[in-house]
Write a protein that binds this ligand. Structure first.
Ligand code: ZN
Length: 234
């Protein structure tokens, strides 16, 4: 039984190494993911601003065209004004001119409104464009930097997994699945030392009879409190 325990402890060592390797791998990838996310967020905002800008430019062009057309109309009507002698027609035409003037004033203020916030938008576009360029360079650099690290980690993980398979293959199936369950539930400690009558995994005092049995190494024993596999170092 001592051999079985030794295999479990070996398994636990490998599993902990695997856990650490996988953690390193995800934290390294996390750094790159973060850079990628930031650049994507910036790109989205830039796209939105660019789209907004295009809409504003279209609105401005339309307003400018309307304004120019309005002015031509006013000019034409003013010319006609000089030719008309009929008082009623004169009044009607004057009224038309006033209406056109009002319309032009309204279009003019629309045109002014399109200029509002333009400087802020331009500044933000510049800021975002720079951040994106910088972010992309950083991302490429980080990807290059971690590539070797990632490869090395993946190779270590593969190698450790092979060792794990070998060791696990020699552990009895029920014990193995029990071990795996405890390992994942007890933060990577599935095998604990029984010392001075106490489980070193959870610090719980063990029943004296159980403690005696553990010392004999005749069977696999579990802590009644934390369910860990217990072993004794004589
Ligand atoms: Zn315990």
């Amino acid at each position: 039984m001592r051999e079985e325990i030794n295999r479990l402890m070996e398994l636990q060592t490998i599993d902990r190494q695997l856990m650490e390797l996988e953690l390193s791998l995800s934290s390294i990838a996390g750094r790159v993911d973060l850079l990628r996310e930031q650049t994507q967020t910036n790109q989205k905002e830039l796209d939105r601003l660019t789209e907004q800008d295009a809409e504003i430019v279209a609105t401005r062009k339309k307003a400018e065209r309307e304004l120019a057309e309005g002015e031509v109309r006013i000019r034409n009507k003013r010319m006609r004004l000089t030719l008309i002698r009929n008082e009623k027609e004169l009044q009607a035409l004057s009224h038309e001119i006033e209406t056109l003037k009002d319309t032009n004033l309204r279009v003019e203020s629309e045109l002014m409104a399109t200029l509002e916030g333009a400087d802020e938008r331009t500044a933000r576009v510049k800021e975002l464009t720079e951040a994106i360029t910088k972010g992309r360079a950083e991302l490429a650099e980080a990807e290059k930097e971690i590539a070797a690290e990632v490869d090395a980690l993946k190779a270590s993980i593969r190698e450790r997994r092979r060792s794990r398979e070998q060791v696990a293959g020699n552990v009895e199936a029920n014990l193995l699945s029990r071990y795996q369950m405890i390992f994942s539930r007890r933060a990577g400690v599935a095998v604990a030392l029984a010392k001075g009558g106490t489980c070193q995994g959870c610090r719980m005092r063990l029943p004296p009879q159980l403690y005696n049995e553990i010392q004999k190494h005749l069977a696999i024993h579990f802590c009644p409190n934390c369910q860990r596999v217990l072993y004794y170092e004589g």
